[in-house]
Every structure is written in structure tokens, then in C-alpha cells.
Design a protein around this ligand. Structure first.
Ligand code: SAH
Length: 227
């Protein structure tokens, strides 16, 4: 998208204001999350990826607001603060291989691509999968792997993963995801029933077992098991 200098500075201001709001959200929730600020690489990734490119054209003016937006098919692009927090909780290193369940708009995927060596992302809705291919391929990188399918099964051929992020909520942890997490791997996901309360968890695998810690009340679309 080509912007006039005026539009550029409006966009910059809006982006800076959003980052300040995310910083404030991090501080306000630190008692629950144990993270009071974003680490520099996560902050840089959020500054670099343009959220406007991942929202419907008709909602571009809302791209720098700190709330989720509809992306069609009854799905949403997550709230920027939640994307920031979940990314932070993954504790990614540049050598990590990450599995994402729920590609959706591809925004979170683009952030992960900035921080990890390889990103595997699964989306169950074909049209969203195809759209993410178009959006993310130009930046490609042999480090991106997209698949249309059911995330409940994970991506067994590429396992184990150093980190797994799920951006829709199942009621319980899909066993395949637990199995496909490497030793010392991090799992960040919401659990619960939409409308009845969901909680964001961070899990770590130690000596083969997953220790889960509740972090924050959240609201996600359901992870649908259609296998
Ligand atoms: N990270 C995305 C979130 C999209 S919403 C973004 O910020 O845009 C969650 C996504 O999970 C939806 O696109 C939905 O279609 C997808 N989803 C739901 N159940 C799934 C499943 N079993 N396997 C893969 N994707 C699933």
C-alpha cells in the first residue's frame, strides 16, 4: 500500500500510541502474567509488522486500535496486546522451531517469523489458509510452512517444537500438541468454553511432563475439532 507523507505520519503516530497502550497493559496485568514489559526483540517484531496488512480493507482505519477485529468466517484477528503477551510468553530464541494453531489473518504468524528460525502454522478454514499464503509468501523465507487442516493433530512430521502457540480455545489440551512439544518447550494457549470463561495458560515441559500455569482471563474463538 502506497501512503502519502501525511498518511505515513498518521500511521506512525497510531502505531506508537498502540505500543504505549500495550506497554501499559503489560504493566497492569503483570501481577497475573509475571511479565511487566516486552523484551526488545518482541517489541521490535511488533513495531515491524504492519497490522493494516492483516485486517480487511474496510477496517484499516481500526488496525492500530487495541481490540480484535472480524476477519470473516466468524473469526477474528486477536487483540494486539494479547498477541504481544502470547509472543512474550513463548520466550523465543532465533534458533527455535514454532508451531502455531489457528493461522487466521496471518498477523501472529508474521510476528513469529521475525523471532524464530522456522514457523509451522495450521488453519482449518481453507479461504483463510489461502489468504495467509498470499499475504505471507512475498516475505518468504523457506522458514514458513502453512497447512490447511485440523490443528488438534499438530504437525507430527515436523515435531518436536520448541514452542507451540494456539490462538483459539479448546476445552482441554489436545494430546498431540503436548506430545509434540520438545523438552523445555513452551506451550501458550487459552483453555475454556467461549462465553463461560477462558484462561490463557503458559506450559513448560520438564522431564516429559507439562506444567501449566494460568496467566489471564481471555476471550478467544473456539478451537474446532472437525476430524
Ligand atoms: N492468530 C490469528 C487468530 C485467528 S482466530 C490472528 O490473529 O489472526 C483463530 C483461528 O483458529 C481461526 O482462523 C480459526 O479458523 C482457527 N481454528 C479453529 N479451530 C482450528 C483447528 N482445529 N485447527 C486449525 N485452526 C483452527
Amino acid at each position: 500500500m502506497k501512503l502519502t507523507p501525511d498518511a505515513h505520519s498518521r500511521q506512525d503516530r497510531a502505531h506508537r500510541a498502540l505500543m504505549a497502550e500495550i506497554d501499559q497493559n503489560m504493566r497492569d496485568t503483570s501481577a497475573q502474567t509475571a511479565r511487566s514489559h516486552l523484551s526488545p526483540p518482541v517489541r521490535e517484531a511488533l513495531e515491524k509488522v504492519n497490522r493494516e496488512d492483516f485486517v480487511p480493507v474496510s477496517r484499516r482505519q481500526d488496525a492500530w486500535n487495541n481490540y480484535p477485529l472480524p476477519i470473516g468466517y466468524n473469526q477474528t484477528i486477536s487483540q494486539p496486546f494479547i498477541v504481544a503477551l502470547m509472543t512474550e510468553l513463548l520466550d523465543l530464541s532465533p534458533a527455535d522451531r514454532v508451531l502455531e494453531i489457528g493461522t487466521g489473518s496471518g498477523y501472529q504468524t508474521a510476528i513469529l517469523l521475525q523471532l524464530a528460525k522456522e514457523v509451522f502454522s495450521i488453519e482449518r478454514i481453507f479461504a483463510l489458509y489461502e489468504q495467509a499464503e498470499v499475504r505471507l509468501r512475498p516475505e518468504n523465507t523457506p522458514t514458513l510452512h502453512l497447512r490447511c487442516g485440523n490443528g488438534f493433530s499438530g504437525w507430527p512430521e515436523a515435531a518436536p517444537f520448541d514452542a507451540i502457540i494456539v490462538t483459539a480455545a479448546p476445552e482441554t489440551i489436545p494430546p498431540a500438541l503436548e506430545q509434540q512439544l520438545a523438552e523445555n518447550g513452551r506451550l501458550v494457549m487459552p483453555l475454556g468454553i467461549p462465553g463461560l470463561g477462558q484462561v490463557l495458560y503458559r506450559g513448560v515441559k520438564h522431564n516429559g511432563s507439562l506444567i501449566m500455569e494460568a496467566k489471564l482471563d481471555v476471550s478467544f474463538v473456539p478451537l474446532i475439532d472437525n476430524s
